[in-house]
Write a new protein. Sequence first.
Length: 555
Amino acid sequence: MLRINQLRLPVDHTREDLYRQTEKLLGCQEIQELKIVRRSLDARKKPQLFFNYILDVKVKNQTAVYRKCNRQKVQIWEEKPYQFPYAGYRGETRPVIIGTGPAGLFCGYMLAKAGFRPILLERGRDVGQRTKDVQEFWEKGILNPESNVQFGEGGAGTFSDGKLNTLVKDKYGRNREVLSLFVKFGAPKEILYDHKPHIGTDVLSQVVVNMRESIQTLGGEIRFQAKVTDLVGKQGRIAGVVINGEEQLQAEYVVLAVGHSARDTFEMLYEKGISMEAKPFAVGMRVEHPQELINLSQYGQKKIEKLGNASYKVTAKASDGRGVYSFCMCPGGYVVDASSEPGRLAVNGMSYGKRDGSNANSAVVITVTPADYGADHPLAGVVFQRKLEEKAFRIGEGQIPVERYLSYKKGVMGGEYADPEKSLYIGEEFVPSVKGKWRYAPVHEILPPVLARAFVEGMESFGRAVRGFNDDSVLVEGIESRTSSPVRILRDEELWSSLKGLYPCGEGAGYAGGITSAAMDGILVAEKLSAHIIKKEKADQNTKETVYGKERFDR
Ligand SMILES: Cc1cc2nc3c(=O)[nH]c(=O)nc-3n(C[C@H](O)[C@H](O)[C@H](O)COP(=O)(O)OP(=O)(O)OC[C@H]3O[C@@H](n4cnc5c(N)ncnc54)[C@H](O)[C@@H]3O)c2cc1C
C-alpha cells in the first residue's frame, strides 16, 4: 500500500474529486483501492472549510509509481492489525467480569472469542428495560437506583453522545480494534477514520445488544440484576464473589469494571482492605448555547449539512492556577439528569446519532484534587461529590437547577460584572434542551466559592475565543460531578489488585476516562488475565505430569 499522509479538499468535494486528486498526487491513473485512514476538518480559513485526508492506496506497478512520488507526502505502508494473544481455549476456568460497561463488555468479548466463556455480572437491567427506566425517571422523576443513566447494560456510556475519541496513546492497535468492533456490531464505518468519531445513544444501545448476543453465542453468560455485594478471598487470593447479598459464585479470576458511580461497591472494597487511593478529577456546570452560535464561531456559517453541528474545545487557567476546560461537548444534544442516588442530583450530556438538536452543551469543569476533599481518606472524593449533588438536589427541589449566566455571575462575583452590550446577543427566548425535569434556581450557590469563581473566570476567557460563549443569557445547569472516578484501585504490573486474581479495570478503577479508553483497558486486562490462566494451567499440567511420572516410576 502507499500511504498518502496529507491530501486537502474542500468539504463539499465529491468521491470523484478524491480519486482525481489522489491520481494527480501519485501521477498515475490506475487506483485499484483507496481507503480513508483519517479525515479531519481544517477551519482555519473559515468560512472556507477543508478536509485533510490520510489515505491508503493500492496501485498497479507500485514501485514505479512510488519512485516518482514526493516522499514528503507518500510512503510505503503495511497495516499491522491488532491480534489478541490467545485463541481456542478449551479449559474449564471461567473468568468473572463485574460490570457491562465498555470495559467489562470488551473484556468479555475478547475472552469469549478466545474460548474462555466468561460470566458477566451486571447490577442493572438489560438495555431495553433500562431505557424504559431512564425514560420514566426523566418524565416522572422516579429514580431506580439500580437501573438508570449510570447503571445497567452498556454502562454509563449508553445514554451518551457516544464520542469515541481518546487521548490514550496506542502502539498496540487496541484503539483501532475497539473502533473496528464497534463497526462490526453496528456502528457507522466513518468512526474508523473521522477525527472526532461519535455514534450517539440510539446507535450505541443497539451495538451493546449485538455485542451481548455475540458473547452469548461464543459461550459467555451475562446476568442482569446481579449486583456483586461482597468478595470471597482465601490466602490473599480471590476465591469468589457474592451476588445480591446471597448467592456465592466461585471464581479465581475476577475483573472489577464497575465504573465511576459504584460508590457502594467502592465502600465494600475499602472494608475488604483492597488498596485504593483518592484521585483528582473535575467538577463544574453544564452550559448551553444556541447551536447556531457555535456553528458560526467554528465554521463561519450557521449551518453546513455535510458537516453537521460543530463542536468546540476550550481551556483556561483560573487565577488560582486551577485548570478550567470544556468537557464532553455535545453538539445538537441534551443535558441529562444522570443521577443514580436518591436525594442527589448530577447532570451529564448526550445526543442522538444525528446531533440535530437546537442547543449545544458541554460541561465547563474545574480540576479538583484530594486537597479539596477536606479529608485524607481514599473515598473522600466520593463524599465531596455527594455533598455537591445533595446541594444541587436541594436547590433544584429534586429537579435540574438552571440559571442564566448573568445571574450566576452576579451571584458569584457581585454586581461588578454587568456588561449590557453582550446581553443583546442571545436573548431570553433561548431555553434549555434537557432530558429530565428542570427549574430556574440559584445554581451559583452549589459550587464552593473558589470553584464558582474559577468557573466564571473560565467562562469570561472562553467568551474571548468563542463569541457569545459568556453571553448573559447562556444557560448554566448543574451539577456536573461525575467527570471521572474520584478513586483509584491500585493494581500491580500483573494488573492485580492487592487481592491477587482481582483485576481493577476501566474508569471506575481509575485507569480510563471515556468509552474508548475504558474499552481499551478492558482488552488489556483480557490479554493479561488469559495469559495468567494459560500459564497456571500449564504449570498445573507440568506438576501433574511430574507427579504422575514419579508415581509411575515409584511403582
Ligand atoms: C451521560 C453520560 C454521557 C457520556 N458521554 C460520553 C461520551 O460521549 N464519550 C465518552 O468517551 N465517554 C462518555 N461518558 C463517560 C463514559 O460513559 C465512561 O467513561 C465509560 O462508560 C466508562 O466505562 P466503564 O466500563 O469503565 O464503566 P461504566 O460504563 O460506568 O460501567 C460500569 C458498569 O458496572 C456496573 N456495576 C457497578 N457496580 C456493580 C456491582 N457491584 N455489581 C455488578 N455490576 C456493577 C454498572 O451498572 C455499569 O453498568 C459519558 C458518561 C455519561 C454518564
